[in-house]
Design a protein around this ligand. Structure first.
Ligand code: FAD
Length: 392
């Protein structure tokens, strides 16, 4: 019998604790049972399958990452990374749904919320009874959003008025709450708000026509004199510092998306190379195809090792912005190379949705550009290693 495709060539899973491996296996099983059978249909429909939410709830994954009071478990980033890895091997969109809710939105409240706000939202979010979204990027630009934020908030007695637009906001078309970041017109401070679905002046339009992550629903949010009570302002936000802290935490997760997406594509390519015949041979017998597969496996193995180390650093408190940024830059680029080789291994069949690899190929384009583009994360690392900033 031919060996089974296995993207964990160096047995890195064996270095994990039993509990960590169990989370990875539970996620793997969930993806195969619940997501794989429907993902191509929902990809074509440009829609998130909401029926996955009660099934995901049963896995109780957030409690393996967070404590109820908003502190993180000692191995939270490793666990988050493994969930992301296993989800992305099958479908990156599912990982993004989870990452936006359990990472960006949850972390904003965990880091920026008062005890009352945490008590109100975190248990419901852990149970996926309330789904979160995170609204930072604006139509005029994501890279410069810290300096160039145009969405404003203005205090008016016991409430605030929000004005502006937020673009690309994942989950926002059906979220129960969206964390909105806005600049205070009076103090110029960045503030965070919990905006509840249905608040007057808050409107979401689904962004259609995407060629990547079509199962994630991204929204264009318009805040048209949207009034939010002061009790829904995140009380412990320390300006942009808190937003940056949330992004630092979640950037490690995006680095893991590249690992999972590349590993999934690699395994599909190995399987295909063992079956597909040309010139009377299985294509895996051709040296050039083996070269593709080995190149992919080298990428996947190094990405996996890098992200495990990154997560251990995050969990021990030694990870800095530049570490997360380098991991994100590296895995996104290696993922892009890997999925292209995997797609190529499939020949023409590689562009058909039904063969799986096309979705990985397309989704990589989103991984490449969000949570800090390749260029911006590169400049973050460049600044750290030279002490010289190429951007303000
Ligand atoms: P721009 O900032 O316009 O950049 C355009 C190009 O210019 C890029 O190549 C960039 O690297 C380059 N560039 C910009 N400045 C510099 C510089 N100083 N030096 C060199 N090059 C530079 N945002 C949210 O808030 N919430 C979400 O849930 C969310 N989900 C997303 C999901 C998807 C599928 C996508 C595509 C995006 C999502 N985003 C979300 C937004 C995402 O974070 C931004 O797209 C990203 O930060 C890049 O911003 P931009 O698209 O405006 O590109």
């Amino acid at each position: 019998a031919l060996p089974e495709a296995n993207g964990d060539f160096f047995g890195q899973m064996d270095t994990l604790t039993d509990e960590e491996r169990a989370v990875a296996l539970t996620t793997r099983q969930f993806m195969h049972e619940h997501v794989a059978p429907i993902m191509n249909e929902y990809w074509s429909r440009d829609e998130f399958p909401k029926q996955l939410i009660p099934e995901l709830r049963k896995l109780d994954l957030l409690r393996k990452i967070w404590n109820e009071d908003g502190t993180r478990k000692p191995n939270a980033t490793v666990v988050e990374g493994l969930v992301t890895l296993e989800a992305c091997k099958v479908d990156v969109s599912t990982a993004v749904f989870f990452g936006v809710h359990a990472g960006l939105a949850f972390a904003s409240i965990a880091l920026g919320g008062s005890d009352e706000q945490k008590a109100e939202w975190l248990p419901k979010m852990m149970d996926l009874e309330a789904v979160g979204a995170f609204g930072l990027t604006e139509p005029e630009g994501g890279s410069q959003v810290s300096q160039g934020m145009r969405t404003t908030c203005k205090r008016d007695g016991d409430s605030w008025t929000l004005r502006g637009q937020k673009k690309w906001i994942g989950n926002s078309t059906f979220s129960d709450l969206t964390v909105i970041w806005a600049r205070d017109v009076d103090t110029q401070e960045v503030r965070g708000f919990i905006v509840r679905a249905g608040t007057p002046g808050y409107r979401v339009e689904k962004i259609g026509g995407k060629i990547a992550l079509r199962i994630v629903e991204n929204g264009l949010i318009t805040l048209d004199d949207c009034r939010v009570p002061d009790s829904d302002r995140l009380q412990n936000v320390q300006g942009w510092r808190t937003t940056a802290e949330v992004l630092r935490l979640t950037r490690a997760g995006v680095a893991w998306q590249g690992v999972g997406c590349a590993m999934g594509a690699y395994e599909l390519a190995v399987n295909y190379s063992q079956e597909r015949e040309q010139f009377g041979k299985r294509i895996g017998e051709f040296q050039l195809i083996q070269n593709h597969l080995v190149h992919m496996l080298g990428n996947v193995t190094s990405m996996f090792a890098l992200c495990l180390r990154l997560s251990h650093m995050a969990d021990s408190g030694t990870m800095k912005d530049e570490h997360a940024a380098l991991a994100k830059v590296f895995t996104a680029a290696r993922c892009r190379e890997t999925v292209a080789l995997a797609r190529e291994t499939f020949g023409g069949n590689g562009i058909l949705l039904e063969n799986g690899v096309a979705k990985h190929f397309a989704d990589t384009e989103a991984i490449y550009s969000y949570e800090g583009t390749n260029e911006i994360n590169t400049l973050v690392v460049g600044r750290a290693i030279t002490g010289l900033s190429a951007f303000v």
